[in-house]
Structure formats: structure tokens, C-alpha cells
Design a protein around this ligand. Structure first.
Ligand SMILES: C=C(O[C@@H]1C=C(C(=O)O)C=C[C@H]1O)C(=O)O
Length: 375
């Protein structure tokens, strides 16, 4: 209860809310006008650079580092009663709409519609972005490389099942940079077309990662039913809607999209099942103040090789957030390491680590520095 008791009547409180809404709306309009002004300044800068014969040819309206800073500040100064994250989600949408005033971002994601990757894309870019489903991780990379889309969203690791090796393999051959990361709590449900009796179900379809994430539950509840791995959970949901006898494992978005009934909720084996996604783009992202960096590095095959790759991080006191191994594909029994750590390539201590690693390795490819996920 507040210090001074609130004596307003229902009508008075509603009149206050109406007045506040008017103010909030006016402020949002002013904010949108500021964003338009920023866009005009960016355009003028690029035009001036073009006239002066300097490199810049493309106006980059979207600034991930700036958006991360805005959202962090909103969470820090939030005074309640709404949770910081709730308020940040509202501002996420406001920024998304402001940015789209110039030109909505085109974002390719691993589809079809209804996948967790789509949910991740909307969580990161807001609803004003135009999200374009692609059938494979390769084609998400292609869309961004060719310039048809500004950014792409691909899954990279799951807390239960580990890395998505296909995404990491794509980075080996691609010139794209990581521009951001998104984390999503993954809830799986068993779904079927409306009014499907349990005994009519002959197959359960899902992406292989989802089947793996629900393995124990399936063993307990559906031990004898055929499990079929398909290209995505969205595809599984589509099949369940169209093919009698098929049930799907997928999330809420897919259930809504295809009008499916939920036979069992939260069937994932581990409660804090989380998937991490990466945002891929063509440009490097300047520091936001709280950044992560990802690199691919391959060492000579000699004793202590991995130790030598990791020692520069230990000496500089830089925390690794992840390390994974993939076969190098060019040489039998040679490996490349995907290493992620805190800091930005432009930080002097990180630049020094990279210089040291260059001496130790036969291949070193920075994949980019990007703001740590805020939401
Ligand atoms: C307004 C800008 O452009 C875009 C819109 C932003 C916003 O609405 O706050 C923030 C960053 C950019 O994605 C800017 O760069 O400041």
C-alpha cells in the first residue's frame, strides 16, 4: 500500500489512465520522429561519403549495439511494478516499429512457419520485421549472403542436446558475421489434429532434436509408437494437421498456426531446456559494452595444441562461454574449435589474445563480436 492511501474512485482512475495513454502516445510519436531524424542523418552521411568517393555505399539503419544499450538501460532503471523484462519487451516493439518506418528489416529464419527459430526471430527483432521462412540452414545463410535478406536467424546450441553442427559447419565457408544471440526457453508439446483419439495415432513426428529432448517421456508414455525425424517441428505440425494418425512434437506457435490440439504439455525431459540462436549479418557490430566474441580456430597437430590455444585466455583472465570441436574436413583427424568468450574484438586485451592465437594456429577466423542477449 502506498504511503498516502489512494482515494480515487473507479471513474477517476480510468480518467487518469486515459490521460496517461494520451501522453504515452504523444511521447511514442515524438520518439518515432526522432528515429526518422536519425535515419535521415544516416542517409545524408552515406550520400556525403559517396560523393567524396569513400567506401560507404549502404545505409545501415539497424544498430544492434545501440538497441542492446537502450534495452539494458530500460531494465536497469525500471522501478516496477512491471518486471524489467516485461517493460523491455514493450520497448523492443516500439524500437522495431520505429525502425520499420524507414524500411522494415527482412529477416530469413529456419522455417517453416511455426518453428522456434521464428519465435526467436520475433523475440530479437520485434513484430515489425518481415520474417522470411527458409527450408534449410544453408539457405538462410544464402539469403543473407546474396543480400535478399538483411539478417538471418539460425539455431546454434541446445542445453540438452548440444550444438547444431550444421550451423557451425556453415560458418567455416561463409563470410557472414554474427550480429547477435537469442536465448529461448523451449517447451515441447504433443500435438494432434482436433478430435484425434489416442489409439488412432500411429506415428510421432518431430525434428530429431525435439525427439531427443523428449526421449525419456516418449519411452514412458509412447514406448511402441514409431518416431519419425522430419526437417523441423513446424513441418511435423503441418503433417499432423494434414495426415490422419500423425502426432507432432512442437511448440505453442506451431500448435496455434496449424490449429492442433494439445495431448500433453511440457514433455521435454529437462525443465530448463533452452535453445540459443545466432543472428547472422554482413556487417561487423561495434562494441555495446557487454559483448561476446566467437572465433573458429584450428591448431597444428602437436602435443599440447589445445592447451596453447586456451592459455592466452587464462593469462588475460577472459572467460570462455563455450568451446566445441568439429572435424576439419580438409585433413583426417584434424579438428577446428569453435570458441566463444566475453569481450569485443576491438578491446585491446581481446586483440592481444587474437594476435597470440594467430601464431599458434593454422587457421583463425573471427566470426564476429556482438551484444550479449538482453531479453
Ligand atoms: C534510431 C536509431 O536507429 C535504429 C532505431 C533505434 C531506436 O528506435 O531506438 C535504435 C537503433 C537502430 O536500430 C539509432 O541508430 O539511434
Amino acid at each position: 500500500m502506498a504511503e498516502h492511501e489512494d482515494k480515487r474512485t473507479l471513474d477517476e482512475v480510468r480518467a487518469d489512465i486515459d490521460a496517461i495513454d494520451r501522453e504515452v502516445q504523444e511521447l511514442i510519436s515524438r520518439r518515432a520522429e526522432c528515429a526518422q531524424r536519425v535515419a535521415a542523418i544516416k542517409l545524408a552521411e552515406v550520400q556525403a561519403a559517396l560523393e567524396a568517393g569513400e567506401g560507404e555505399t549502404e545505409v545501415v539503419y539497424y544498430r544492434p549495439e545501440r538497441e542492446a544499450q537502450v534495452l539494458r538501460r530500460i531494465i536497469e532503471r525500471n522501478r516496477g511494478p512491471l518486471a524489467g523484462e516485461t517493460v523491455a519487451h514493450i520497448f523492443r516493439e516500439v524500437m522495431s516499429a520505429c525502425l520499420a518506418l524507414e524500411k522494415p528489416l527482412q529477416v530469413a529464419y529456419l522455417g517453416p512457419e511455426g518453428t522456434f527459430t521464428q519465435t526467436a526471430a520475433i523475440k530479437h527483432f520485434g513484430h515489425a520485421a518481415i520474417c522470411v521462412p527458409r527450408a534449410t540452414i544453408d539457405s538462410v545463410f544464402d539469403q543473407v549472403e546474396s543480400g535478399e535478406c538483411n539478417y538471418g536467424v539460425v539455431p546454434v546450441e541446445n542445453s540438452t542436446e548440444g550444438m547444431v553442427s550444421h550451423t557451425l559447419d556453415n560458418f567455416m565457408d561463409s563470410g557472414l558475421k554474427i550480429a547477435g544471440e537469442v536465448e529461448l526457453a523451449i517447451a515441447h508439446h504433443l500435438l494432434a489434429a482436433a478430435h484425434t483419439p489416442r489409439e488412432k495415432i500411429t506415428r510421432i513426428c518431430a525434428h530429431q532434436q525435439a525427439l531427443a529432448q523428449c526421449r525419456n517421456w516418449l519411452d514412458r508414455h509412447w514406448p511402441d509408437i514409431e518416431r519419425v525425424a522430419v526437417s523441423s517441428n513446424g513441418e511435423a505440425a503441418r503433417m499432423a494437421a494434414q495426415t490422419p494418425g500423425v502426432a507432432a512434437i512442437a511448440g505453442e506457435t506451431a500448435a496455434e498456426l496449424y490449429g492442433l490440439e494439445t495431448l500433453a504439455e511440457h514433455i521435454e525431459d529437462y525443465a530448463d531446456n533452452t535453445t540459443r540462436f545466432l543472428i547472422i549479418g554482413r556487417d561487423e557490430v561495434p562494441p555495446s559494452g557487454r559483448d561476446k566474441t566467437s572465433i573458429i580456430v584450428s591448431s597444428r597437430n602437436k602435443p599440447g595444441a589445445l592447451f596453447l590455444l586456451l592459455d592466452p585466455f587464462r593469462k588475460a583472465g577472459v572467460s570462455l562461454t563455450r568451446i566445441d570441436t568439429r572435424p576439419s574436413r580438409t585433413e583426417k583427424w584434424a579438428y577446428v574449435f569453435f570458441i566463444e568468450f566475453e569481450g569485443h574484438l576491438q578491446d585491446p586485451n581481446i586483440a592481444a589474445i587474437i594476435a597470440e592465437l594467430e601464431e599458434q594456429s593454422i587457421l583463425l577466423k573471427p566470426l564476429g563480436s556482438y551484444p550479449r542477449a538482453v531479453l
